[in-house]
Design a protein around this ligand. Sequence first.
Ligand code: HEM
Length: 151
Amino acid sequence: MDNRDTSLPPGEVYARIGRDGFARLVTNFYQQVAEDELLRPMYPKGDLQPAARRLQMFLEQYFGGPDTYSQRRGHPRLRARHARFPIDRAARERWMALMRSALDDVDFPGEVRAAIEQYLENAATFMINRPPDEGGMFTTRYSPSDITTEE
Ligand code: HEM
């Protein structure tokens, strides 16, 4: 892992790692999702293979591969498709942590890894659709009546 690597243009990633690269990344990621107590409940019960296939097709398309995702699923509209999942900052951080761990394991060339990681960091932030569950700069879970000056 080296974020100082200059990243490849996204459209050139597929040519470098191919279908097999994306399959290894997504398989590794979903093996971790299967064990994750925060993320697992959001995903379909039972078999995670179909979900893994959707992510793989999407990533292949985004990074210069075949457009099978759009042929099968239509316009990605990713933020809308994620609206029903409670994605707060913590869920976003967990999702990225699992993805970074998968990227560590598959060990792509530095500029490939940088391209994928940069895109996903931004996309994952864009997917946040719930306020933080712990006090943040703009949100607080306390109401004025919770505030007391008593010891
Ligand atoms: C930020 C944290 C994220 C969480 C918690 C999350 C969670 C989920 C869940 C629960 C699903 C449904 C699984 C299925 O049946 O397909 C899903 C679908 C999907 N996610 Fe995410 N996701 C996150 C970020 C991302 C990011 C960053 C991307 C890619 C840029 C992405 C791409 C997709 C795609 C392509 C699908 C399938 C959409 C479809 O065609 O129905 N997700 N995600």
